[in-house]
Design a protein around this ligand. Structure first.
Ligand SMILES: Nc1ncnc2c1ncn2[C@@H]1O[C@H](COP(=O)(O)OP(=O)(O)O)[C@@H](O)[C@H]1O
Ligand SMILES: [Mg+2]
Length: 352
């Protein structure tokens, strides 16, 4: 019997477009002998639709305009439904569409931060990736580092503050601890949105205001000089790490422009590293994953400095396009894209 997978895509975050491209690739690479897919799109303003069009429409960001191919549907939190409620606006009736497993290909706010995972827990639906707690802690860069530091993992130093803080006192305190440049970032965000590399008191002040536009909590960190090394981790109770990968932004830092707009950055997999160093970072990545209680998958990002590797952040639903680092690094250890999708769906259903 084939299983039905609901692939959730789009969403309300700044990474909506990346999610659509990732989801198109996930859908195209589903093992059709094992699974049937239902595409469930969420618009930027939070409306849910079943989409019956092509994956090219996702990739070209035109799916929302194809009204004839859209029908309203939501995940029911009622366990008895075990799936989607397809709504008929005209009659007010609904049809239950049973779902076996959910693949939330959603990044950032309301997708990767535990909110969607909470709904899927209520619904009693198995889903790919981390649970509610792990997703929420991993989304918050300060909480992530607090938990990991407690587990003995070296983390990039940081000062966290809420928007209720005394900004003058905050500036005073970080200027005493760190020298410029400093990084200011929202605690819960992604894609480098709202991040400033502040080179002066004025830029720090503006950076703080900008970060608070994106989140009520922020982090200020000293500039960490080093290489940006990433590791893909997969598994539930027995997680394993891929090879290390490396991002070379080839610009001031890996900002939104460098990530998605210009072509300057390089993404290397495997990263050119000494075997011993690579092994240490891979081990550290699994330690991070375990400390945060992750399951399914996550990408763990470090800075490799003269003094060793320091955790920067973790992404529990990393990019899944063919050029994304997570599938690239997994392919380096022999897990091709298609097999990776099957593996993640099996992990969601508890098969390890
Ligand atoms: N403390 C830091 N020192 C040096 N560079 C940093 C620091 N924090 C962030 N960066 C740069 O900014 C980029 C984005 O920051 P990151 O914390 O990874 O946020 P995001 O979740 O948006 O990817 C990093 O890839 C790196 O290039
Ligand atoms: Mg990052």
């Amino acid at each position: 019997m084939k299983k039905t997978v609901a692939i959730l895509f789009g969403g309300e975050s700044s990474e909506h477009e990346v999610s659509c491209v990732s989801a198109a690739n996930v859908a195209e690479n589903l093992d059709t002998e094992l699974y049937d897919a239902i595409l469930v799109g969420i618009t930027k303003d939070g409306k849910w639709w079943i989409f019956r069009g092509s994956t090219d429409d996702l990739r070209n960001h035109v799916w929302q305009d194809k009204r004839a191919l859209l029908s309203p549907a939501v995940i029911s939190p009622c366990k008895a439904h075990h799936g989607l409620l397809a709504l008929d606006g005209a009659s007010g009736s609904f049809e239950i569409i049973r779902v076996d497993v959910v693949f939330p290909v959603l990044h950032g706010k309301n997708g990767e931060d535990g909110t969607m995972q909470g709904l899927l827990e209520l619904a009693g639906l198995p889903y790919v990736g981390c649970d509610t707690y792990s997703s929420a802690v991993s989304m918050d860069k300060a909480a992530t580092k607090t938990v990991c530091a407690d587990a003995g993992i070296p983390v990039v130093p940081f000062t966290a503050a809420y928007d209720t803080c005394d900004v003058e006192a905050l500036i005073d305190s970080v200027e005493k601890k760190y020298s410029y440049p400093m990084f200011v970032k929202p605690a819960n965000a992604g894609s480098s949105v709202g991040i400033t590399k502040a080179k002066s008191n004025e830029e720090l002040r503006n950076g703080i205001a900008l970060a608070f536009e994106h989140d009520k909590k922020l982090l200020i960190e000293p500039n960490t000089v080093g290489r940006e090394i990433e590791v893909a981790v997969c598994g539930n109770r027995r997680p394993f790490a891929s090879v290390c990968g490396e991002i070379r932004p080839n610009s001031d830092f890996y900002d939104y422009e460098t990530k998605y707009v210009n072509d300057k950055s390089e993404c290397l997999a495997p990263a050119p590293l000494d075997e011993g160093v690579a092994e240490e970072i891979r081990t550290l990545a699994v330690k991070v994953y375990t400390a945060l209680g992750c399951s399914g998958l996550s990408r763990v990002d470090f800075f490799l400095t003269e003094n060793g590797a320091f955790l920067n952040e973790i992404n529990t639903i990393p990019g899944f396009t063919p050029i994304s680092m997570y599938p690239k690094m997994m392919a380096c250890i022999g897990i091709e894209y298609k097999d990776l999708i099957t593996k993640l769906l099996q992990l969601a259903e508890g098969v390890e």
